[in-house]
Design a protein. Structure first.
Length: 295
């Protein structure tokens, strides 16, 4: 029988610890939390009941080791992973996708290695980094429903890289604090980016990473940060980290995209106007004055 629960009762870190200590084999599936508007009491505290929504992520383990992870909405195939890691250019990735549509990841890896596109180490490190990025992202989730199914593993044609969970848990805990700071600095991914007036001078002599250059290539007040992340197959944490670095270096500025509604303005519009205070008639005032004088 699968283990079911919610991350607000049993955190991702606790789940990883349990899987590690018990040497579990199976797949952890995390779902979107659908709010119901129904309040319930749990352990003496009231909270809103949630239901299981669409799948958000899958993470697989073999005898307590992390071997696979995938995030819904992100391309997790080998070409996308190598492209994201900078091991394949955008043109190379496009050509390989067209020519190897029906080739699974393991077979494709052999073809790319034999054709000297990438090395075996490139494949292993890129897949490993992608898996870790997914797990570090979901470690910040705090309420989603989950289910752990014993002995359920990904398809054999997917590349699996065993990773010890001890270091993942330690590094993930450190990143949670970083994520909290990034969320505070950039809470709204619907904001857009633009270059400052003296952008050319500021970019002189600056060495950017592959991910930073990709984000920079999409900077336009028409595009939200969320859209830029999707175009570059990046998670919310990854895009926040890149934008924060670019902003701190003075290379970009945050702006509202065209048509963005000010939430505060909407609240002000919903707020009822103050009722005018009723005016006291002069006759009543005169009577009160006369009453006071007669005392």
């Amino acid at each position: 029988m699968p283990l079911k629960g919610e991350l607000r009762d049993f955190s991702t870190t606790q789940l990883l610890n349990l899987i590690n200590l018990a040497g579990k084999t199976g797949t952890l599936t995390i779902f979107q939390a659908k709010k119901t508007g129904i309040m319930e009491e749990v352990n003496g505290k009231k909270r809103e009941r949630i239901e299981v929504g669409p799948e958000k992520a899958k993470v697989s383990f073999k005898t307590g080791k992390l071997i696979f992870a995938a995030m819904n909405g992100q391309e997790g195939n080998l070409v996308a992973v190598l492209n994201k890691a900078g091991k394949l250019t955008d043109d190379q990735a496009r050509i390989i996708r067209e020519r190897a549509k029906n080739t699974n990841d393991k077979a494709l890896a052999l073809l790319l290695i034999n054709a000297n596109y990438v090395s075996q180490n490139d494949v292993i490190t890129s897949v490993q980094q992608y898996i870790l990025d997914v797990v570090y992202s979901l470690m910040s989730w705090a309420e989603e429903p989950f289910r752990f199914d014993d002995d359920i593993l990904p398809e054999k044609d997917r590349i699996q890289v065993p990773i010890d969970l001890e270091n993942v848990i330690i590094e993930g805990s450190r990143r949670i604090k970083e994520i909290e700071e990034l969320n505070q600095h950039l809470p709204n991914l619907d904001m857009a980016l633009r270059f400052p007036e003296n952008a050319k001078e500021k970019f002189k002599g600056v060495h950017l990473s592959v991910e930073e250059w990709r984000v920079v290539s999409f900077i336009n007040p028409k595009y939200s940060i969320r859209q830029i992340a999707k175009a570059n197959n990046m998670s919310e944490i990854e895009i926040r980290r890149v934008v924060y670095g670019l902003e701190q270096a003075g290379l970009v500025e945050l702006v509202k995209p065209p048509g963005m509604v000010d939430p505060n303005a909407a609240n002000r519009a919903r707020k009822p106007a103050a009722k005018p205070q009723p005016q006291v008639q002069k006759v009543v005032v005169s009577r009160l004055i006369d009453k006071i004088r007669s005392i």
